[in-house]
Design a binder for this molecule. Sequence first.
Ligand SMILES: Nc1ncnc2c1ncn2[C@@H]1O[C@H](COP(=O)(O)OP(=O)(O)OP(=O)(O)O)[C@@H](O)[C@H]1O
Ligand SMILES: [Mg+2]
Length: 243
Amino acid sequence: MKQGKLITIEAGDGSGKATQTKLLCDRLQAEGRRVRRIAFPVYESDSSALVRMYLAGDFGAHADDVSAYAASTFFAVDRYASYRTAWKADYEAGAVILADRYTTSNMVHQAVKIQDAKERDSFLDWLWDFEFAKLGLPVPDRVIFLDMAPDVADRLIEARAKKEHMAKDIHEKDRDYLRRCHAAYCMLAGKYGWQRIACSEGGAPRARAAIHADVYAAVQAVLDSHAAGGRVQQKKRTKEGTL
Ligand SMILES: Nc1ncnc2c1ncn2[C@@H]1O[C@H](COP(=O)(O)OP(=O)(O)OP(=O)(O)O)[C@@H](O)[C@H]1O
Ligand SMILES: [Mg+2]
């Protein structure tokens, strides 16, 4: 079956995912490519009901109050519903799907709850199998990690919260948790071969256009490659080898 490409834009909270996903989408569309932009969680859908309860603190005021496995299922079913009802047809028809967050966000935000390295790896293997094998969600062709220093992202979140009167969720309120997430992003980017793009320097964000240029360059190779469906970038070690 002919398939499109799935590109995931990943980063910690407030690091510019929505900003960069939109810039990339606009550029690829202007080039005449068939592109679809999606974002997770799908807050406006019923499928995210449990995610919203979790982020609002209904199961506990701190992220660590909810097990990595329980929280993962909330986010996974939201992705499944979105895939089946909103973008599967486009993806299978050859469109480029640009995702602002994906399973990769879950890997980071939930894996940080598990201290023991062996248990954490076993969680990551379970999650991979659950979402990509059991639920049948597509594996991203490329994951772009926007590496914004946590202090800089904090300031961007504060500024946006003031401007847009947005309430912070249980993750955004917890600076220590966000720092642990940033460390996990760096670790998992190495483990899975995500492409890191530096988004801040000297305690300030780089210009949006400069980051965009790097993001655009990073996806070019994937979009222009036909060999192996461009799927070689995401490495996943299993007992059988690389997936
Ligand atoms: N390079 C940049 N320089 C300055 N401000 C930026 C930059 N990129 C994004 N911003 C601003 O920072 C805020 C966060 O950006 P954005 O909403 O794109 O991040 P996000 O990663 O999608 O956040 P969240 O994780 O909360 O969904 C926004 O107000 C945005 O306009
Ligand atoms: Mg966002």
